[in-house]
Design a protein around this ligand. Structure first.
Ligand code: GLA
Length: 349
């Protein structure tokens, strides 16, 4: 096991470093304290070949210039808040609007674009990074000073374990996630990846990708991933929700949510035998099939990212929860502690 720290570059918000975490298996994760971005995840395939299973860039400058949230830590509120407006304890709040009329992924300068303080973690079971950030009262329109800690641990079992914690000095809303894009083959599109999501229901959306408030059954629709199904098997079907999302870009309501760590999803890539399992304490997961990638970005290893060359499984509370009284609450009050855990586990079969 080993941690190596190198300079990644300068931003106008400060110096950023890149940390290479190598576990006892020799598998490797690179993370930068700029945006808490997971820059790469190198794991073996069924023949023992190491390969990078994430999308991203080689240089800090490219992340700063144009990052569609590759690998990023997302907050203060991951996903969308309709029109950037919500009421809390009878008071209206207006957030930065950065996605059509809506607020997305924390606003114009979200947690994915700030420099976090970093401390190395060395444990018997793995190596990691403890990131901290103070999001000031009023940042992007949010109330309250929010003190955030994110612990990344890369274990000897090839688990990328993410523990999120936060406290506030005024009532606010919080929804933290990681926006890594995966491609378990390390190339091409993700349409042949077989996906299972433990969800009987999802939250259908309107044209702005804002949930309507309904929890709709997946049975009999292309949204149904209760049994492992190739991502591409039904993605071009004539379906209202697939049309609105330009593919999959939907929040799934995880079965049996009770705040304990449970399996949310599993992805299998047949040519390499790589498997990704996602565990979370959160009630939802956004499955995004990389619909907005369009060949204009050239990433690591000179790869051009075409439509659906990567997928995301963003564990989260449901989008627009601050405006949806029927959804699990995302309110954090002074004296309370926000805590959640997500594990991305890599194996082969
Ligand atoms: C999330 C959203 C998508 C898109 C991506 C980033 O997954 O749900 O609509 O904004 O982030 O491009």
């Amino acid at each position: 096991m080993n941690i190596e720290k190198e300079q990644f570059g300068r931003t106008n918000l400060g110096q950023a470093d890149i940390y290479t975490l190598t576990n006892a298996k020799g598998c490797q994760v690179k993370i930068t304290n700029y945006g808490g971005i997971v820059v790469s995840v190198k794991v073996t395939d069924k023949s023992g070949q190491l390969g990078d299973v994430t999308l991203g860039y080689e240089t800090l400058g490219e992340y700063v210039q144009n990052n569609p949230y590759f690998g990023a830590l997302v907050g203060r509120y991951g996903n969308r808040i309709a029109k950037g407006k919500f009421m809390l304890n009878g008071k209206p709040y207006t957030l930065a609007v950065n996605n059509g009329q809506n607020h997305l992924h924390g606003g114009i300068v979200g947690f994915d674009k700030v420099v976090w303080d970093a401390k190395e973690i060395k444990q018997r079971d793995g190596v990691g990074l403890k990131l901290t950030y103070l999001s000031k009262d009023g940042e992007e329109g949010y109330p309250g000073n929010l003190s955030v800690t994110v612990r990344y641990l890369w274990t000897n079992d090839n688990e990328l374990k993410i523990d999120y914690a936060a406290t506030t000095d005024q009532p606010t809303v919080v929804n933290l996630t990681n926006h890594s894009y995966f491609n378990l083959a390390g190339k091409g599109d993700i349409l042949g990846h077989e996906l299972m999501i433990s969800a009987d229901r999802f939250t259908p959306v309107d044209e702005g990708l804002i949930p309507t408030g309904e929890l709709r059954g997946v049975r009999g629709t292309p949204m149904d991933f209760r049994r492992p199904t190739a991502i591409g098997a039904r993605i071009e079907q004539q379906d209202e929700q697939l049309k609105l999302g330009l593919g999959y870009d939907h929040n799934y309501v995880l079965n049996h949510y009770d705040g304990s760590l449970q399996m949310a999803a599993r992805v299998y890539e047949p040519t390499t035998g790589r498997v990704l399992e996602v565990y979370t304490t959160q009630p939802g997961v956004q499955f995004y099939s990389g619909n907005f990638l369009d060949g204009t970005i050239t990433g690591k290893y000179g790869r051009v990212y075409q439509k659906r060359n990567g997928f995301c499984l963003e564990t989260q509370h449901f989008p627009d929860s601050p405006n949806k009284p029927g959804f699990p609450s995302t309110v954090l009050n002074p004296g309370e502690k926000y805590a959640s855990t997500t594990i991305y586990k890599f194996t082969t079969r």
